[in-house]
Design a protein around this ligand. Structure first.
Ligand SMILES: Cc1cc2nc3c(=O)[nH]c(=O)nc-3n(C[C@H](O)[C@H](O)[C@H](O)COP(=O)(O)OP(=O)(O)OC[C@H]3O[C@@H](n4cnc5c(N)ncnc54)[C@H](O)[C@@H]3O)c2cc1C
Length: 453
């Protein structure tokens, strides 16, 4: 590969900055990261309140976040944030301890069954579904795996495994055919409450590539990473170490690709590049680019979650002791209700609490933003932690993904075939998963696959 290639990257979130970092490490010197907002980090968004940063977007990681670890090393930061602690409440606001057999003696047979099914899922993933945890989705619908192992060394792995086709099924169906329905009770906490949709609509591949067995157990055992200056600080640190930091406030009005060149109109001026890496939402790529028929057809199938976060202040006398999860609100019927509220700092009550709500479910009406906001505020009162004031709120374009039928029909293999076709490469969450590590890891692998000699 010619290291003088001029490469444009759209978006300065984890995917775009990870692509830039890995291209720089690979010896490329002409890289432009074009970011439309006035800051880097994308959905790693850590604003300040009274001198301390809180999280509106990404909060946590796990020790197997190897791509995030690369970013930490490059930027010279580490996961030095406050310990995460949580308890559970029912929808009436009563504290419960649903997984503790001592607190739920009548549930012991059920809890034992759940434990056995979780163990069985772990064994199935190691054996029947070997290769399931490779980053990205290449080959899954064809019963293959191909990529890099989920390990610090990222050895290249590939193989044929017909069983992987089961991962195209919605996760509840995947659990049913394997006789492990109760495992969903454990996976739902770090899945649905984190805004990634409901198990009757989301292909198992997404659920299990993100919450591979080890990662899910890390969530269960609270073996988690946070960052004192917020997840945004990881990407700010990476950006500072780039030879060409992201160009903020870049408004792209047009992209034209012809004769082996990419022409991008940025803030009114046309700039010429050789290659383009898109990490911004692909379903809106056509609003500014000369989108081709095959791109249009595939990108139109992308859906996303309507996941809202809100930062609120709460008076000291009403302040929550800890973060709370409300399992009963993690069902499609209760969409629009508060699923989690997060207390980040334990040494002060002068810090916002953040709330999380999911509003959509396929085939059901979308709860309007304002209605869900009202419900979340009301839920805080029901939880005995009434809101004093809303200080920040955001409706995110969250977890872009495709549905089971398109996954099974080969969407990913078709889009992977298109990589590089129009001097354009597709990265960002939809190509892997909507967490900062999977998105960054995909960019690492994209550079290995297409930009290394
Ligand atoms: C509430 C919430 C909680 C989360 N919790 C976690 C968590 O605990 N752990 C975890 O790992 N992940 C978490 N995530 C998910 C994680 O933040 C994302 O998956 C990750 O940031 C995706 O990276 P990305 O670069 O693909 O996309 P993004 O982070 O969305 O970045 C895309 C960038 O592209 C820019 N952009 C968009 N369009 C254009 C354009 N036309 N031109 C130029 N620039 C453009 C955007 O401004 C943005 O900066 C959470 C996210 C949210 C919102």
């Amino acid at each position: 590969m010619d290291h003088n290639l001029r490469i444009a990257i759209i978006g300065a979130g984890p995917a775009g900055l990870s692509a830039a970092m890995n291209l720089q490490k690979a010896g490329y010197s002409s890289i432009a990261v074009l970011e439309k907002s006035d800051h880097v980090g994308g959905k790693c968004c850590s604003p300040s309140y009274h001198g301390r940063r809180y999280e509106m977007g990404a909060i946590m990681g796990v020790p197997s976040y190897y791509a995030v670890h690369d970013a930490e090393e490059f930027g010279g930061v580490t996961h030095d944030g406050p310990e995460l602690m949580r308890k559970y409440k029912n929808k009436e606001g009563k504290i419960i301890d649903p997984f503790n057999p001592k607190k739920n003696p009548l549930m012991i047979p059920h809890l034992l069954k759940t434990k056995n099914q979780v163990k069985k899922l772990g064994e199935l993933l190691e054996t029947k579904y070997k290769g399931y945890d490779v980053n990205g989705h290449r080959g899954v619908a064809q019963g293959r795996y191909e990529g890099y192992a989920a390990s610090p060394a990222r050895e290249k792995v590939s193989g044929v495994n017909e069983n992987l086709k089961d991962l195209t099924l919605p996760f509840n169906e995947f659990c049913r055919i394997n006789g492990i329905e109760l495992a969903q009770d454990v996976w739902v906490g770090p899945y649905t409450s984190f805004g990634y949709g409901y198990f009757d609509e989301i292909p198992a591949a997404y659920v299990l590539k993100y919450l591979d067995f080890q990662t899910c157990m890390n969530f269960v055992n609270m073996n988690l990473w946070t960052w004192k200056e917020g997840t945004q600080s990881i990407w700010e640190a990476v950006d500072r170490k780039l030879d060409h930091p992201a160009r903020l406030n870049s408004e792209i009005s047009q992209i034209e690709r012809h004769d082996g060149k990419v022409y991008i109109t940025v803030n009114g001026s046309v700039e010429e590049f050789d290659k383009l890496i898109v990490t911004s939402p692909l379903d809106s790529f056509g609003t500014y680019a000369d989108i081709r028929e095959d791109e249009k057809e595939h990108f139109a199938k992308i859906d996303y979650e309507r996941y809202d976060s809100m930062a609120v202040t709460i008076k000291p006398e009403n302040y929550p002791e800890i973060s709370y999860y409300i399992f009963e609100n993690m069902t499609p019927e209760r969409r629009g209700h508060l699923m989690v509220y997060y207390r980040r700092w334990h040494d002060t009550m002068d810090a916002p609490i953040t709330t999380y709500v999911l509003r959509n479910h396929r085939g059901k009406n979308l709860i309007p933003y304002e209605a869900a906001k009202k419900t979340a505020i009301n839920d805080l009162t029901v939880m005995h932690n009434p809101c004093e004031q809303i200080i920040n709120e955001s409706a995110w374009y969250y977890f872009p993904h495709i549905f089971a039928e398109d996954y099974a029909a080969g969407w990913y293999d078709e889009v992977e075939e298109m990589q590089g076709k129009y001097d354009t490469y597709y990265a960002g969450e939809v190509m892997s998963f909507g967490d900062m590590d999977e998105a960054a890891e995909y960019s690492y692998e994209l550079v290995q696959r297409f930009f290394q000699d």
